[in-house]
Design a protein around this ligand. Structure first.
Ligand code: DX5
Length: 222
């Protein structure tokens, strides 16, 4: 099953509630909230108050992508705000195993995101502690960037690594995902497609964009 997960970073923030509701109504199974601290990435975005504001609006899974240093400091805060899953970066903590255990200990799913320059080998010791692995297909920090085709082979190798161990952990991809790139990542083994500018734009409605993205992705999944 292909999961379409709009990233609110590209949404019209003056209409955030309406945009997120439109995405959920159009079948988005999850919504990604990109939290940036200006240190792990060169940008500043949302805090837990945005998560708690969105929580009552939709039943979709609220996925909080923490692009912050020392994410351990904020795990409980975002879970109390209503997050269903916390995604932390392997590069942001020296204690990945402990951090993933802490997230699960808070009763929510634990995800790991990998920057484009990070090798898959860093995951080998924590595969059974992760509920999702997110392969960044851009260098994190901004929406609207160009998709890094170099990450397609990484997705394929990760899927093989997981299958070889009998692990059905879903692979998410994030950055530059649109109708042209979605089939490439799905054919390589990704099933969760995080998309910002291809969902939230002035070319078409949120519903039309999600339908078009899903159609191109599901074509490749056949
Ligand atoms: C970037 C974020 C992405 C971003 C994706 O660091 O993690 O979620 O919003 O935006 P697009 O789909 O426009 O590349």
């Amino acid at each position: 099953m292909i999961i379409i997960e709009p990233s609110i970073l590209s949404a019209d923030l003056t209409q955030l509630g309406a945009q997120v509701r439109a995405a959920a109504a159009a079948g988005a199974e999850a919504i990604q909230v990109d939290v940036m601290d200006g240190r792990f990435v060169p940008n500043l975005t949302f805090g837990p108050n945005v998560v708690s504001a969105l929580r009552p609006l939709v039943r979709s899974k609220l996925d909080v992508h923490l692009m912050i240093v020392e994410p351990e400091r904020y795990l409980e805060t975002f879970v109390r705000a209503g997050a269903d899953r916390l995604i932390i970066h392997q590069e942001a903590t020296p204690h990945l195993h402990r951090a993933l255990q802490a997230i699960r200990g808070l009763g929510v799913e634990a995800g790991v995101a990998l920057n484009p320059g990070t090798s898959l080998t860093v995951m080998e010791e924590v595969l059974d502690s992760a509920d999702l692995i997110q392969v960044m297909t851009v260098n994190p920090g901004f929406g609207g960037q160009t998709f890094l085709a170099s990450q397609v082979d990484k997705i394929r190798r990760l899927r093989h690594m997981l299958d070889a161990r009998g692990l059905r952990i879903p692979i998410a991809v994030d950055g530059g995902i649109d109708q042209a790139t979605a089939p490439l990542v799905v054919a390589a083994g990704a099933t969760v497609l995080v998309a910002g500018s291809s969902v939230f734009n002035r070319k078409a409605t949120v519903a039309q964009n999600i339908a078009a993205l899903r159609a191109s992705a599901e074509q490749a999944a056949l």
